[in-house]
Design a protein around this ligand. Structure first.
Ligand SMILES: N[C@@H](CCC(=O)N[C@@H](CS)C(=O)NCC(=O)O)C(=O)O
Length: 124
């Protein structure tokens, strides 16, 4: 009870600071952006709005100018259940990576997700 009372204002503060100090997206040509979008088209991020680790990943998404679907696990039970059933645990952030052969990989740990996203931008 006390923890959720503390967590709520901290979450709001994180969102406010994130809004004020929002990173800028890079300027790309249409062609360049198309290549990046192609590399990230099969990704979706399971996350929560005020989770600091999710904010860190979303800031990378913005800074790198990526179009990745965000799936709020509190907004849709299906997302939470999917994450637990297929990913193995309910920790967020988690990046769902659908490979070209249909195989799905669930990548946990914000730092690993960020490294993966930056790698995709480099190879675009
Ligand atoms: N080391 C992880 C920490 C992630 C984490 O602690 N996420 C919290 C939300 S802020 C969470 O999902 N906790 C619930 C759980 O692990 O079941 C990361 O960097 O991604």
């Amino acid at each position: 009870m006390i923890m959720s009372l503390i967590r709520w204002p901290i979450g709001r503060l994180i969102l406010l600071l994130n809004f004020i100090f929002s990173p800028k997206s890079p300027k790309r040509t249409v062609e360049e952006q198309k290549k990046v979008d192609e590399n990230t088209k099969n990704l979706s991020l399971y996350q929560l709005p005020s989770c600091p680790f999710c904010v860190k990943v979303r800031r990378t998404i913005k800074r790198e100018g990526l179009n990745i679907e965000l799936r709020n696990i509190n907004q849709k039970n299906d997302y939470r259940e999917e994450l637990i059933r297929e990913g193995g645990k309910r920790t967020v952030p988690c990046l769902r990576i659908e490979k070209n052969n249909g195989e799905v990989q669930w990548l946990y740990e914000s730092s690993d997700v960020i490294t993966h996203l930056q790698q995709l931008v480099k190879t675009a």
